[in-house]
Write a protein that binds this ligand. Structure first.
Ligand code: NAP
Length: 517
């Protein structure tokens, strides 16, 4: 596909802006030839106005029509073929093979939401008509602004989970493309535009604006027609957008997923039985994708047993022989090095191992560091996200200290416990404490790898996200962009199909307190 550097404003394309930027190949630092035009205030306004007009039509379409739109987006993405994968590789430095998987995840996500719509019960219809006639269902919020993340150019970007769930909910979408992968953003944006035209969606149901300065995103957040924001990225960016949205004359919800350090607890019996195996697998999880996952295990808590030394030695060996690899952007690499340096300089932190550095590109070098719970508890810097291939081993002196550590944690996306059956019984109280700290608890696994399914929670208490009630992955993500609407004393002909007396859609409904189809 020929990249034009244009913004996508509904069915139109436009490049009025004089500020342009280029993508960079992180593998060799060179600028890619295409110039992308940063959206002007006028173009952003057009995108938001079109989104508002489109919303009036789109929200009333049937679930089947919206499902067909999502399925067609998936088809259009697949028909971009290898060109898309190649561009993903060029702009991110990550392997083409990785993008085969990420593309599969992205299109399956769209198809899963299409299935959800066709089944229909997600609207959570409730009917009470024994006394007064009161009915309720979920309805879409309005136009949604979406911020793509740098670390998933497909699955958390232009057609990622935020866009898929907002479109499924019946909301129109204005995406701010991530400046690290503008070419991929344009390709995907055009695939969505084509799918919208093919399935006769209203002009403006989807727009995508490009920008390298925060003003573009800020303008979307401030626009009065925008009614909610989906964001994945840094704490700094997410919190700034959240604050901006709350300063609006009409504050709006911001669902920001801002990352976490995902503590992993290794319990006393399992470290004796399988410590070395877990240590090797920990290294794999930490360095996967050059550690650029929000679920990267950044804190590993070790019990006070003799075998801890064997675990640490095995981890050291595994880190010693791991190579550095290209990170997504120069900024991310700089940030990784700066956060690592800060961590290394804290009292009580020692570097146990660094991987081998290769010469070219924006290389992130794997790091294994060590401290103890006593130092950790006195220093909140150690809980900060270090976005890259590193983990901090934290030695505990007793079970009481492990519990104290867990109680002091702030919110994270995940927590993992490795234990034998005996360990897990003995440490049930630890797991109880962790219930309040995270969105996803894992036993004997690693948190990297987030399945897209109905039961998934990719969220967690602040500062992992700005709203712990929500998930940004899985079909539950749809409710971020809906609200309940109650219909009292309505004649049947005025009610939406989902709430009419006759359940022609055959969805599950709570009728006078009883679930019925
Ligand atoms: P980011 O800096 O938070 O940027 C994400 C998006 O938000 C970009 O489109 C960015 O636009 C925009 N943005 C950032 N600050 C903004 C502000 N104040 N107002 C309006 N828009 C704003 O994330 P990133 O570029 O993907 O990576 C940078 C760092 O974020 C990483 O080093 C890492 O620490 C963290 N990160 C976390 C996750 C996660 O999963 N939670 C994922 C990726 C990165 P501009 O680029 O135009 O400023």
């Amino acid at each position: 596909m020929n990249l034009t550097g244009q913004n996508i404003l509904g069915y139109e394309t436009s490049r009025q802006g004089i500020n342009t930027f280029q993508a960079h190949n992180p593998n060799n630092g060179t600028a890619l030839p295409e110039n992308f035009h940063e959206a002007t205030a006028e173009e952003i306004n057009t995108a938001c106005e079109k989104a508002e007009m489109a919303f009036e039509i789109y929200r009333k379409l049937t679930a089947a029509e919206r499902a067909l739109f999502l399925e067609t987006i998936a088809e259009e993405i697949m028909s971009l073929g290898d060109d898309l994968l190649e561009r993903c590789h060029l702009e991110s430095g990550l392997l083409v093979k990785r993008f085969q998987g990420e593309r599969g995840r992205t299109v399956n996500q769209l198809r899963l939401f299409a299935e959800l719509l066709k089944e229909g019960s997600w609207v959570d219809a409730k009917i009470d008509n024994k006394n007064a006639d009161i009915r309720q269902m979920q309805v879409p919020l309005g136009p949604v602004g979406v911020f793509g993340a740098s670390n998933f150019p497909l699955a958390f970007s232009v057609a990622g989970g935020d866009t898929a769930s907002a479109l499924a909910a019946g909301c129109s979408v204005v995406v701010k493309g991530h400046p690290a992968h503008p070419g991929v953003s344009e390709m995907i944006g055009k695939a969505i535009q084509k799918a919208a035209q093919k399935t006769r969606m209203p002009d403006g149901v989807f727009s995508m604006v490009q920008g390298k300065s925060i003003e573009v995103g800020q303008a979307i957040v401030k626009h009065p027609y925008i009614k909610a924001i989906g964001f994945t990225g840094s704490y700094k960016g997410g919190k700034a957008i959240f604050d901006e949205a709350n300063r609006r004359p009409e504050p709006i919800p911001v669902y920001a997923e801002m990352g976490s350090t995902n503590p992993v607890f290794i319990l006393p019996n399992i470290i004796k039985e399988k410590g070395e195996e877990i240590a090797t697998n920990l290294r794999k999880s930490v360095t996967m994708g050059v550690g650029q996952f929000c679920t990267n295990p950044g804190l590993t808590i070790l019990p006070n047993v003799e075998e801890r030394t064997l675990f640490i030695n095995a981890a050291k060996e595994a880190f010693d022989i791991s190579y550095s690899a290209t990170m997504l952007t120069e900024g991310i690499k700089k940030n990784y090095n700066a956060e690592l340096e800060k961590l290394q300089n804290q009292t009580g932190v020692e570097v146990l191992s660094t991987g081998d550095e290769r010469e070219e590109g924006e290389q992130g070098i794997p790091h294994l560091l060590q401290t103890d719970v006593a130092h950790f508890l006195k220093n909140e810097v150690m809980e900060n996200e270090v976005f890259g291939p590193s983990t901090l081993l934290i030695n505990a002196s007793s079970k009481a200290e492990i519990l104290q550590f867990a109680r002091q944690l702030h919110g994270h996306l995940t927590a993992t416990v490795h234990g034998t059956k005996e360990d897990l019984k003995e440490y049930e109280d630890l797991i109880e404490v962790l219930h309040r700290k995270v969105g996803r608890l894992l036993i004997n696994g690693f948190p990297t790898g987030v399945e897209v399914c109905h039961a998934m929670v990719h969220g967690g208490p602040f500062p992992a996200t700005t709203d712990s009630r929500m998930t940004s992955v899985g079909t539950g993500a749809i409710t971020r962009f809906t609200r309940p609407l109650c219909f009292q004393n309505f004649p049947d002909f005025l009610l939406p199909k989902e709430l009419k007396d006759k359940n022609t859609l055959e969805i599950w409904r709570l009728v006078n307190g009883e679930w019925k189809k």
